[in-house]
Design a protein around this ligand. Sequence first.
Ligand SMILES: [Zn+2]
Length: 91
Amino acid sequence: MGTIVDDHFMVCTDCLMIIANDDATGLDHFLDEESAAAREREVRQSIAAAQRDKRYIVVGDSEHDEEFSTSSCDCCNTTLADSRHHCVLMT
Ligand SMILES: [Zn+2]
């Protein structure tokens, strides 16, 4: 059992897909192949940065998800208006 660093780590759908399922194939639905690959790199780098110092992100409680938010993703910092998903940053 780890220690909670941030119990309100709100991430965008792109980040969640990769955090939860290590799956970036959903990006292709919205972007062409080149943009999707660039976006995937950006998200993976953001996740790696958030998980520095032995921290790790766990998917939180979907009841705390926000259907529509313009606040920045706590992982990749996108401000694209979309849903934000509740995660917890542990160490
Ligand atoms: Zn994100």
